[in-house]
Design a protein. Structure first.
Length: 94
């Protein structure tokens, strides 16, 4: 499971720009908001390639940073953030 930066920021209770600013200050993101060290951090962050067709401009391409499941705790440690409390699993309650 991967989360985009907006979903990750929401998980930590902050805005996407605030999370990106912290990540850039720590050297985790480059100026294009992609992982600064994609090989080193590949267990935690990845790049999602996207594309779509625009009627006038033709094929358009984009890249965005995704945070892997293992990257949530790693990111909290890197940035000094608190992990939200884990909610109890109530699926087995009758």
């Amino acid at each position: 499971m991967e989360r985009d930066l907006a979903q990750t920021a929401d998980f930590f209770g902050m805005t996407r720009p605030a999370l990106m600013q912290l990540m850039r200050a720590k050297g985790l993101l480059n100026e294009r908001n992609l992982p600064a060290f994609p090989t080193r951090d590949r267990a935690y962050l990845c790049i999602k390639d996207g594309h779509w067709y625009h009627a006038k401009l033709g094929m358009q391409y984009s890249q965005s940073t995704r945070v892997k499941l293992a990257g949530i705790q790693w990111l909290a440690e890197q940035l000094g953030l608190e992990l939200p409390p884990i909610q109890a699993d109530v699926r087995g309650v009758a």
